[in-house]
Design a protein around this ligand. Structure first.
Ligand SMILES: *[C@@H]1O[C@H](CO)[C@@H](O)[C@H](O)[C@H]1NC(C)=O
Ligand SMILES: *[C@@H]1O[C@H](CO)[C@@H](O)[C@H](O)[C@H]1NC(C)=O
Ligand SMILES: *[C@@H]1O[C@H](CO)[C@@H](O)[C@H](O)[C@H]1NC(C)=O
Ligand SMILES: [Cu+2]
Length: 242
């Protein structure tokens, strides 16, 4: 019974394609949406489809996200509360994470080929006998702190939603990605890290990427990627929406 139910769940979530999908289109700064959709976030050329090949260069900033020429850069202070809003709701189960990468020049000129530190990870709200429950499930936004030790300069801020409904087979996990361009002011003197590259950060076989979430019912979840920066930052189990 449980088995059939799980199969049905997988089918329904795979058969309702664009409905459950989302794009990160708006930047939130200190509790307010700033600007218009895609004013500060690079627009994907991929409608609202996910990336499934973890070795793709589009893992950086989504399809068409290699250049920020048509995107503006928003000035924030180290320590500000930032966030992403989406044009839908998170319609698939899985974690939400945010990575930060310093541009060698301007954020608009940066292709995201450098190192990325992870600064936010929103995972399960709880794990019970029905399996993994996701803190971001059905939500339309999330907020997090830009570490106050972030050094001044221009950065790409990358939102990543990992959808796990099809992740029981390799290549079945879906990555929803959006990169905001930010200009950080202040006197932060930290060293963001550990740094990872995209592609490269994920192999696709991590227990948090290659995982059947329906049956057998998982009893734990390990989010993929490096440790959070600054060291000691904890994963979040509840979402701060707008
Ligand atoms: C979100 O944006 C994508 C890409 O423009 C679009 O295909 C999709 O229909 C939008 N969703 C909603 C609810 O507007
Ligand atoms: C970034 O902030 C600095 C300091 O306020 C400012 O001088 C510079 O013009 C800003 N750059 C951009 C791209 O907004
Ligand atoms: C859950 O724990 C088991 C055993 O400790 C481990 O083999 C498995 O990889 C873990 N699963 C996840 C998704 O972390
Ligand atoms: Cu989908």
């Amino acid at each position: 019974m449980k088995n059939i139910f799980s199969v049905l769940l997988v089918l329904t979530s795979t058969l309702s394609p664009a409905l459950a999908h989302w794009n990160y289109d708006e930047l939130i700064v200190n509790g307010q949406i700033v600007g218009e959709p895609y004013q500060y976030i690079r627009r994907t050329l991929n409608s609202n489809s996910p990336i499934e090949n973890v070795q793709s260069i589009d893992m950086r900033c989504n399809t068409g996200g290699a250049s920020g020429k048509n995107t503006q850069t928003y000035t924030v202070k180290a320590g500000d509360e930032l966030g992403f809003a989406i044009n839908e709701s998170f319609g698939h189960p899985g974690p939400q994470q945010v990575y930060l990468s310093k541009a060698p020049g301007t954020a608009a000129d940066y292709d995201g080929s450098g190192g990325w530190a992870k600064i936010y990870s929103l995972t399960t709200s709880t794990i019970n006998d029905k399996g993994l429950q996701w803190a971001g499930d059905g939500m339309k936004s999330f907020r997090f702190n830009l570490p106050s030790s972030t050094p001044p300069g221009e950065y790409l801020l990358r939102a990543e939603g990992l959808a796990l409904h099809g992740a029981g087979t390799k290549g079945g996990a879906q990555f929803y990605i959006g990169c905001a361009q930010i200009n950080v002011t202040g006197s932060g003197n930290g060293s963001p890290g550990p740094l990872v590259k995209f592609p490269g950060a994920y192999a696709g076989e991590e227990p948090g990427i290659l995982i059947g979430i329906y049956w057998p019912t998982p009893t734990n979840y390990t989010v993929p990627g490096p440790a959070l920066w600054p060291a000691g930052t904890q994963e979040q189990h509840s979402v701060k929406q707008l």
